[in-house]
Design a protein around this ligand. Structure first.
Ligand SMILES: O=C(O)C(=O)C[C@]1(C(=O)O)C=C[C@@H](O)C=C1
Length: 286
C-alpha cells in the first residue's frame, strides 16, 4: 500500500507511518491538505495526518479540511510521544548560542515556548511546513546561523548535530495522528495492541440559538452513559459565533446507544455527521 504523510522524510508523521505500516510505502507530501487530496485522487491508499497535540491542542488545518473540504472516514488513531530537539549544522555545533534563526513547524515551536523564551532570546523563529523540512533547510544552508527544532530521526537523516535535547516544555508531549482512507484498509502493525475504540461525531446545533442547546446535546450522551473523551468547537465559517462541535465517544458504533443519541440530537434540530468509528493505538517508543 501507499501511505501519504507530511514530508519530507523523518517528520513525526513519518515516524507514525513507519510504526503503523512497517511494510508499506510512505509517500511524502508538502502539506496536510496535499496528503488528504492524494487519497481523494487515488494517488495513495491512505494518509496519516496529525490531529491533536497534548501541549498545543488541535491541528486546526486537519480538522478544518475534514469538516469543510472532504468526506473521508477516520479508520484508526495512534498516539505517539513527541521529543523535540534543537539541532544545528555540524559547522555550528560549538557555537549554537550564536544562532540567529530557528526553523520548525508552528506546532513544534509552540511546544518549546518556555525553552525558546528563556534560552533563545533575540533569535528569530520561522515556521516552515514541517519539522523535517526545517532540518533539511538547515543542512542545505550552512552559511546561515540557523537551527531546527525536530526529532532524532531528522537529525540522523539530515546529518545535523543535536545541540539541546528534549526542549519541549512538558515531559508529557504526545500527538494523536489519524489514518484516513476511502476504503477499509489492512491494518496495521500486528505488534501494536488496540487500546480502545472511539466514534467521532460532528454536531451542528439548531440555528434558532435557543438557550441550553449544548446542554441538551450533552444530555443525550449523558443519560445513555456514553463517555465523551473529547469535545471541541470549530467555526462553521458562516458567521461570527457559529460553531460545530466535534465529539469523541469512547466506544465503537453500536446498534442502539449511539444511533439513539444521534436520533435524539436530530429530533432536537441538530445535524450530526459520523466522522469515523475506529480503533486507537499507542506507540510507546520515545
Ligand atoms: O512537522 C512534523 O514533524 C509533523 O509531523 C507535524 C506535527 C504537527 O502538526 O503537530 C506533528 C507532531 C508534532 O506535534 C509536531 C508537528
Amino acid at each position: 500500500m501507499k501511505i501519504a504523510f507530511l514530508g519530507p522524510n523523518a517528520t513525526f508523521t513519518d515516524i507514525a507511518v513507519r510504526e503503523l505500516f512497517p511494510n508499506d510505502e510512505g509517500i511524502p507530501y508538502i502539506t496536510i491538505p496535499d496528503c488528504l487530496d492524494a487519497v481523494i485522487k487515488d494517488e495513495v491508499d491512505a494518509c496519516v495526518v496529525p490531529l491533536e497535540n497534548a501541549l498545543e491542542g488541535s491541528v486546526n488545518i486537519t480538522l478544518d479540511y475534514l469538516i469543510h473540504e472532504m468526506n473521508l472516514p477516520i479508520l484508526a488513531e495512534v498516539t505517539a510521544p513527541i521529543r523535540q530537539h534543537l539541532m544545528v549544522h555540524p559547522d555550528h555545533q560549538h557555537d549554537w548560542q550564536q544562532i540567529e534563526v530557528i526553523y520548525s513547524h508552528s506546532h513544534a515551536i509552540a511546544q518549546c515556548h518556555k525553552f525558546l523564551h528563556h534560552q533563545c532570546k533575540g533569535m528569530k523563529r520561522i515556521s516552515v511546513t514541517s519539522t523535517a523540512a526545517a532540518a533539511k533547510y538547515v543542512l542545505e544552508h550552512p552559511e546561515i546561523k540557523a537551527a531546527a527544532i525536530a526529532n532524532e530521526l531528522a537529525a540522523k537523516e539530515y546529518g545535523l548535530t543535536i545541540a539541546k535535547a528534549d526542549i519541549h516544555d512538558f515531559d508529557f508531549n504526545h500527538t494523536r495522528f489519524i489514518v484516513l482512507a476511502k476504503q477499509p484498509i489492512e491494518m496495521v502493525n500486528q505488534t501494536l495492541q488496540v487500546a480502545g475504540n472511539k466514534t467521532t461525531l460532528m454536531i451542528t446545533l439548531p440555528d434558532d440559538d435557543r438557550s441550553g442547546a449544548l446542554h441538551q446535546v450533552l444530555s443525550a450522551f449523558a443519560w445513555r452513559k456514553l463517555n465523551l473523551s473529547k469535545i471541541e468547537s470549530r467555526p462553521t465559517k458562516t458567521g461570527l459565533g457559529n460553531y460545530f462541535f466535534i465529539v469523541d465517544i469512547e466506544m465503537s458504533m453500536d446498534d442502539v446507544l449511539i444511533p439513539g443519541a444521534i436520533a435524539e440530537l436530530e429530533a432536537l434540530g441538530s445535524t450530526v455527521k459520523v466522522l469515523g468509528s475506529y480503533p486507537y493505538y499507542h506507540i510507546n517508543k520515545k
